[in-house]
Design a protein around this ligand. Structure first.
Ligand SMILES: [Zn+2]
Length: 303
C-alpha cells in the first residue's frame, strides 16, 4: 500500500475530471520540454513514452465507489461484486461503520499506462502494482488490469475503507488488515502464501515481535516478512481469542475518536499473558483454507 498525498501534479487531481486531463497534458508537455532542454545529459530521467491520462471514458457509481475505466464495467461484473462484498466484510468483521465517503478507483488498461501516470504524478513512489492515495478527504485507488487485479483492489480498497472510517491507522496494522482482506472471501482471512512462509520461518527459529512491528513507521521500512507478520498478528487478533478480538475492535474504535495514546501491544499484554508465544501456537496450528485454484495468489507482498 501507500497512503500518500502530495506533489505538484497531485494538485491538478483536485480539479474536476474534465479539467484534470487538460492539466495532465500540460504537465506532460512541460516535462517533455524539460527533458528536451536537458538533452541526454541526465541519464536518470526517463519519461515513459505515451500520454499519462487517467482512464475515464467509463465511470460506474456504486456507493461508495466511483470506478473509472476505459472499458465497460457493469454492476453485475464480478469485480464490482468483490468490492461491494469487501465493504460489507470490513464493516462486519471490524464493527466499523459502513464507509459512505466516495472512494475513487481508477483502473488502467495495462501496466505501462498505469506506470506512466504514477511516474508522472508521484515520482517519489516506489514501483508497485497498485496504490492507495489519500489527500484532502479524498480516497483514491490506482491499479491496472491483469489477472491479479481483484487481489490488488481488495488490498488497496481495504486501505481506503479504513482511512474513510477510522482515519490514520498505524502502519503495521493498516498493512496487516489489507493483507487479511486481500484474500478471496472463501479463504476467511487465511493467507496461504504467508502461512506457508511463516511455518518455514518458525522451523528455522524465527520469533515474532509485535512491538518491533509497531516501531516501523515508514512503508519503505516494511519488507516481505514484515507484511507476513503483520497479517499473522491481525489473524491472531481476529481469530485467536475473544480477548484479542475485543482489543482490536476497541483499538480501532479509539483510533476513530483519537483516543489512542498507546500501541495496541500495551493493551494486548494486559489481557493475554505472553501473547508472543500464544501467537506462535495460533499460527503453528493454522491450516490453509481450501479455495479454488484460480483464486490462489502468487503475488509478492509490499503494497
Ligand atoms: Zn498496503
Amino acid at each position: 500500500m501507500s497512503t500518500l498525498g502530495f506533489g505538484e501534479a497531485g494538485q491538478g487531481m483536485e480539479r474536476p475530471v474534465n479539467q484534470r486531463n487538460s492539466t495532465i497534458v500540460k504537465i506532460l508537455a512541460l516535462a517533455i520540454a524539460w527533458a528536451s532542454t536537458i538533452g541526454g545529459g541526465c541519464s536518470s530521467f526517463r519519461l515513459p513514452a505515451g500520454v499519462a491520462e487517467l482512464p475515464d471514458s467509463h465511470r460506474l457509481h456504486i456507493a461508495p465507489f466511483s470506478i473509472s475505466t476505459s472499458f465497460s464495467l457493469t454492476k453485475d461484473d464480478s469485480l464490482v461484486h468483490e468490492l461491494v462484498s469487501l465493504r460489507g466484510r470490513v464493516h462486519e468483521t471490524l464493527k466499523l461503520p459502513l464507509a459512505s465517503r466516495q472512494i475513487e478507483i481508477f483502473i488502467f488498461d495495462d501496466r505501462p499506462s498505469y506506470e506512466r501516470f504514477i511516474h508522472l504524478h508521484y515520482p517519489e513512489l516506489p514501483r508497485r502494482r497498485a496504490f492507495f492515495i489519500a489527500r484532502d478527504q479524498r480516497e483514491m485507488v490506482y491499479a491496472y488490469r491483469d489477472d491479479r487485479l481483484d487481489e490488488d483492489l481488495r488490498h488497496e480498497v481495504c486501505h481506503a475503507l479504513l482511512h474513510a472510517t477510522v482515519g490514520v491507522v498505524p502502519l503495521w496494522l493498516d498493512e496487516g488488515l489489507a493483507e487479511y482482506f486481500e484474500v478471496p472471501l472463501e479463504a476467511n482471512g487465511t493467507h496461504e502464501r504467508h502461512l506457508d512462509e511463516l511455518h518455514s520461518a518458525m522451523q528455522r527459529g524465527w520469533k515474532p515481535s509485535l512491538t518491533r512491528l509497531e516501531n516501523l513507521t515508514r512503508v519503505q521500512d516494511m519488507n516481505g516478512s514484515d507484511y507476513r507478520e503483520a497479517w499473522a498478528w491481525v489473524h491472531f487478533l481476529i481469530h485467536g481469542s475473544a480477548e484479542g478480538r475485543q482489543v482490536l475492535l476497541g483499538y480501532l474504535q479509539d483510533l476513530r475518536t483519537d483516543r489512542c495514546r498507546e500501541p495496541i501491544s500495551a493493551r494486548l499484554f494486559q489481557v493475554i499473558q505472553r501473547p508472543d508465544s500464544i501467537f506462535a501456537s495460533h499460527i503453528e496450528q493454522l491450516k490453509p483454507t481450501p479455495i479454488e485454484p484460480n483464486s490462489i495468489s502468487t503475488s509478492p507482498a509490499g503494497r
